[in-house]
Design a protein around this ligand. Sequence first.
Ligand code: ADP
Length: 401
Amino acid sequence: MLILVINSGSSSLKYQLMDDGNIIAKGIAERIGLRSSFIKHQRTGHDSVIIDYELPEHGTAIRKVLAILTGAEHGVLKSMDEIRAVGHRVLHGGEKFAGSYLVTPEVIEAIRDCIPLGPLHNPANLAGIEACQKVMPGIPQVAVFDTAFHQTMPPEAYMYAVPYEYYRNYGVRRYGFHGTSHKFVAERAAVLLNRPFDELKIITCHLGNGSSIAAVKNGKCYDTSMGMTPLAGVPMGTRSGDIDPAIIKYLMDSDPELTIENIDFILNKKSGVLGISGVSSDFRDLCAEAEKGNERAQLALNMFSYSCRKYIGAYAAALGGVDAVVFTAGIGENTPSVRSQSVRNLAFMGIEIDEKKNVEVPRGAEMDISLERSAARILVIPTNEELAIANETRRISENLK
Ligand code: ADP
């Protein structure tokens, strides 16, 4: 069954055409609404091609993508009717969505209602959905939310200690993100452990440009490190993660040039390991610099891993034990030093890494990197959010009619 997965950003639109989990073709439309826009397209087994198009808005981008997919030169389909359903990644579902949903006018309205919570992403996600509805009428569209998996958190985990009215009136609470990835790797962990998902305590560390950690108990999310927005939790490539909120007023008092917009920009785009190292947000660069003796690059790496370790410890306490710690995403899958430092000195709670196995994980492979005697398994599991979205989309569209 062919499923098209769409991840629509403000000026880009990523797509993957999948057939029962296998990628048939994928690509990205970039610089939508800007000059020199183009589509980079790749059929599985072929080199990628870059095709220049004028892409003034998402609707045109989708039309061009479908034209490529069905075209003689780089196409893989006879007609777009072969696509059974389209799955869309949507950032913020607020408290309205605890699962994936077939897109209806009500669902569109509810996604629109969540725009204040996801002001950058939700409008772009909606643009992708509405463009597909227009260009592919009659083909079911499914919305898969980054926040949905975290909706099972108990109130003590999701509430902030600010006046209760802010929760009631404005929805101020922890929502969490990367839910599709946390759920995907936690489920895979259960398969690898050969134990029922709903009987396990799992800590999932999604460490990429954006990073978040989740505590998963008996198949449900119990707590997660990102908050009302994706700025909270561990330090990230360019995001600060948790800081003392009083720092914001202190900085504004100290530097009259700083506006709240500047600070918001700095905390999102100029902080994290980039802000500390002054070198890069990319862990490959940081590792190379640290190797050469750059102390600030080393400090950034140390801070990142230390923060991960604190969350792992906190979530082991929250869960009352831990059966598995999972590392995933760009850094989690590819940076042994981060994995090693994130579980350093946790033998006292049954988490013991095999340092030899840790440096031997083949790219893209699932692997158990814990010592035989470790009470908890430490697993590297590549995430695959597109596959997870395709699976959700298939599940929902199969139940139609
Ligand atoms: P995103 O959140 O954008 O999906 P990714 O999960 O792709 O991010 O993670 C991107 C980060 O992963 C990069 O910035 C880089 O720091 C890290 N990374 C990717 N590949 C490697 C690698 N081979 N070695 C070390 N770090 C890597």
